[in-house]
Design a protein around this ligand. Sequence first.
Ligand SMILES: *[C@@H]1O[C@H](CO)[C@@H](O)[C@H](O)[C@H]1NC(C)=O
Length: 286
Amino acid sequence: MSLWARLFFISIAIASAQTAAPGQNDYRFPNSQVLATQQKVANYNHPLREMVGGGEQKDIKYAFLDSKMLQVGCPSEQATIGLPLLPLRNWNEAHTHLDRHSGTHSIRNTTKTSHLEMMDIWNHRKIDHLEFVKVEVLQHDRMQVVTHPDFDAPVLIKTASFPWEILSLEREATVYGLLHGSGATPEFHGHVTEGGRVIGFITEYIAEVPSIRGRNMQGCLAALRTLHRRGIAHGDAHDGNCLIRKDGSAVLIDFELSVETWSLEEFERDLDIIGRCIQELSEHPY
Ligand SMILES: *[C@@H]1O[C@H](CO)[C@@H](O)[C@H](O)[C@H]1NC(C)=O
């Protein structure tokens, strides 16, 4: 399979992991708002990230639907499946139960679970994600352009919608730390918390300007060499992961697959991918 076909399938896989509830059904708790959902994840029932309550009482909670529910309803027709009221206090994770005979859903249990959090906190700034005002969603709930009084311009936040996404984001935040001051990445502005737990990070937002892409691929290559000089292989060094600022400077993003290494083979792989992108862009510049 060609590189492009592979990247295409990887993006499809990522896109489908991020899309709405299976079987077209729309699962709603009457007193909360769905922030994110995912296709069934191994070992978890259908997960929902919910915002319960309002005003000062807003709280993020995780609900796992009884997976038997996924068989309810005909896949071709969209149905809104009514769920019970979520209790308000003293829990962050709920599991539901479907009674097959009556077809009613109930809360099986609620627990106060300590979810995985990011441990490598190297920047002094931490902001609760409910303090940000959303401007644009780039990748479902996971990447958003937001504003916050701490910043003059919109910034980007990348957060784990679910606890199992923490590890790859933690790796990314660590790489930002290792590359701090190198100029090879967008500016790192701090960490994002959810009820005190660190679930993501804040960076400079660089809007993609397609018409200037292609003009500074040498800058992308230079940024990649900076990574290599600091002992980091990017792991996914295609042109979409290189952004060009309005002033023409180039930075790399998306370090979820990056590794700390001095392996020339890993560096070669990065250079090979970006080299093909440069070639492709010089043949079809726009
Ligand atoms: C809550 O219910 C889920 C789903 O049935 C189960 O897997 C889990 O062990 C239960 N947790 C507690 C603390 O009872």
